[in-house]
Write a protein that binds this ligand. Structure first.
Ligand code: NAD
Length: 443
């Protein structure tokens, strides 16, 4: 039986309408507000640029925000009310692009921040997209697949006033997967009366998804990491890696690190993780996770909490879980010399300053995890032209674009003497600002 909440009422037809926990007050992630963080980063980046006041104000706020409240019938017959959002931060460079997050803790400010970061990420990668993001307050692990399908189809219908292959193209994010994207694509297509594969990315290959999309973010993280190692003169086989978050991004990043000969000494999920200074046996660990659903109690490693993982003795830390994990209270304890931000916004603004002062090489999120949106762009292009490319071509495009963006950020940092994140955001913001000025003011 689904949990009852304080707002539950008995409806006239006898069925229960329960207000899901979604409508309660969701706690801010780790006590920090990601939108405040995104704005602080923006303010720091624009202090290096000469932008017109109106352009700055335009870019500070989301272009539009949709908040939806909708009913879903649960397997018990009960009706639950869920809340969701879809935010467009900027539409200047093209249709908005951004993932869909399912989590009980989603907040509008979190979605605003993620949409803004998408604008910068697409711009930095020179993709013809603006930034958007969506989310539903739901714990996907606590609903059945049928319930998740009904919820997804209803949410897609609720946001259908915004989405479309030429206006706003959702993709997956935390808590959503290929199947969720397939339901979104199918729902949108049913309303149109014909199939519209280009309305979402991250779909299964059978219905127009791209080869390599599932692995793209983790793979892209390691392409940028390889460049960072090269710059710092570090040898992969002597580089110990710890990874927080062992989902779509973290698990693929782990296997790509292994391909390069880097020992992965620790990984963690939301309940903690495992550490083995000699390197984890990733195949055995994956089997253990499949069998038990957990990373902890793996026989060939010691248990570590998520906090402990961040400060372990290692050379590279890949943050691939959620926002605000590296903050003012632990940034001075990080021992890695390279931080690769696989997650969006894993580092608070306060921590950023500490890491920069300590000389830790940070590969900022809008660069490091841009592989996902880059292959989403390739998927969208393939869908629009109804012509699919082989995997080696996708990975070659991905690597070229990631390495090019990495080099442009390093050149900007060098030239402007700016911190890593600031350099990436400067390039991204300047491109969007230039487009605003060229397009001019309507009417
Ligand atoms: P996922 O749901 O597949 O995996 C998330 C992982 O993080 C899981 O292992 C989970 O157990 C762990 N986790 C959750 N909360 C945690 C916590 N408080 N502490 C430690 N670990 C925790 O999600 P994903 O797709 O791998 O996304 C991870 C991050 O990467 C998110 O920030 C997401 O926005 C970002 N990202 C994902 C993509 C993509 O293509 N999937 C693209 C760009 C950025």
């Amino acid at each position: 039986m689904p949990e009852k909440s304080a707002g539950e009422t008995k409806a006239e037809n006898g069925s229960r309408f329960s207000v899901s926990r979604a409508l309660g007050a969701a706690p801010e992630l780790a006590g920090e507000n990601p939108y405040v963080n995104a704005l602080a980063q923006f303010d720091q980046a624009i202090s290096y640029l000469k932008l017109e006041g109106g352009v700055v104000e335009t870019l500070r706020y989301p272009k539009r925000e949709l908040s939806v409240t909708f009913p879903v019938q649960m397997d018990t017959g009960e009706i639950k009310i869920f809340r969701g959002y879809r935010v467009h931060h900027s539409i200047v460079l093209g249709p908005t692009k951004g993932g869909t997050r399912y989590s009980p803790w989603v907040t509008l400010d979190e979605i605003r921040a993620l949409a803004m970061w998408m604008t910068w990420k697409c711009s930095l990668m020179n993709l013809p997209f603006g930034g958007g993001k969506g989310g539903v307050l739901v714990d996907p692990k606590k609903v059945s697949r049928r319930e998740l399908e009904r919820l997804t189809r209803r949410y897609t219908t609720e946001i259908s006033v915004l989405i479309g292959p030429e206006s706003d193209i959702p993709g997956p994010d935390m808590g959503t997967d290929q199947q969720v994207m397939a339901w979104m694509m199918d729902t949108f297509s049913m309303h149109q009366g014909y199939s519209v594969p280009a309305v979402v990315t991250g779909k299964p290959v059978e219905i127009g998804g791209s080869l390599g999309r599932t692995e793209a973010t983790g793979r892209g993280v390691v392409y940028t990491l390889e460049e960072a190692l090269r710059l710092k003169g570090m040898y992969p086989d002597r580089t110990k890696v710890a990874i927080q978050g062992f989902g779509q991004v973290g698990a693929v990043a782990a296997s790509c690190c292994r391909e390069l000969g880097m020992p992965v000494v620790a990984v963690s999920g939301s309940q903690g993780g495992v550490y083995n200074d000699k390197g984890l046996d990733l195949d055995a660990l994956n089997l253990h996770k499949e069998a038990t659903g957990s990373l902890t109690d793996f026989r060939d490693g010691d248990f570590v909490t998520n906090d402990e993982l961040l400060t372990l003795n290692c050379n590279v830390l890949i943050a691939a879980a959620v926002e605000n994990q590296i903050h003012g209270r632990n940034a001075d304890k990080i021992k890695a010399s390279i931080l690769a931000e696989g997650a969006n916004g894993p580092t608070t603004n306060e921590a950023d300053h500490i890491l920069e002062d300590r000389g830790i090489f940070t590969i900022p999120d809008i660069l490091c995890n841009a592989g996902g949106v880059t292959v989403s762009y390739l998927e969208w292009v393939q869908d629009l032209q109804s012509f699919m490319w082989p995997l080696d071509q996708i990975n070659r495009h991905l690597k070229d674009l990631m390495v090019k963006a990495f080099k442009s950020v390093m050149a900007c940092r060098e030239q402007r003497k700016a911190p890593y994140r600031v350099a990436a955001q400067m390039l991204a913001i300047q491109r969007v600002a230039d487009a605003i000025m060229i397009r001019g003011l309507y009417p």
